[in-house]
Design a protein around this ligand. Structure first.
Ligand code: DQA
Length: 148
């Protein structure tokens, strides 16, 4: 089983970006740790990061067209969480189960972060657990797919 893990804008700067909010791990390290966890769960991950909304839309569409057995999506849409109708529509369009992830708890930060345009088209949302948010999301998604 293959799961696509997408990270949106500015997450390529993890490690040095606002470490008091996002921690000190780089995205590369988070992905490496997640790949090891995926192995324990008996699945494989493909990771993708882009700062460009359209590239994220293309990647989501590709996951469906691939025919390579991508079964679901873990996505941290970053700032696009709060603005992107295009990413929301892409997730709806491909009808692959998706879980929204945030490193920080978006519900106890600025008002504008509390609203997600993406969450309503996802099976769930995990926020606030640092890098563990990705692991929790992956585990939840894999269990969901296995029980579907
Ligand atoms: C984030 C939260 C977003 O509000 C923010 O724009 C990000 C990161 C998180 O993982 O906590 O870039 O998605």
């Amino acid at each position: 089983m293959k799961i696509l893990v997408i990270n949106g804008p500015n997450l390529n700067l993890l490690g040095t970006r606002e470490p008091e909010i996002y921690g000190t791990l780089t995205l590369e390290k988070i992905n490496e740790n997640l790949a090891a966890y995926a192995k324990e769960l008996g699945v494989e991950i493909e990771t993708f990061q882009s700062n460009i909304e359209g590239e994220i839309v293309d990647k989501i569409q590709q996951a469906k067209l691939d025919g390579e057995g991508c079964c679901g999506i873990v996505i941290n849409p970053a700032a696009y969480t709060h603005t992107s109708v295009a990413i929301r529509d892409a997730i709806s369009a491909v009808s692959l189960p998706a879980v929204e992830v945030h490193i920080s708890n978006i519900h106890n930060r600025e008002e504008f972060r509390k609203n997600s345009l993406i969450a309503p088209v996802c099976i769930g949302q995990i926020a606030g657990f640092g890098q563990d948010s990705y692991k929790l999301a992956l585990e939840g998604l894999v269990n969901y797919i296995k029980n579907a």
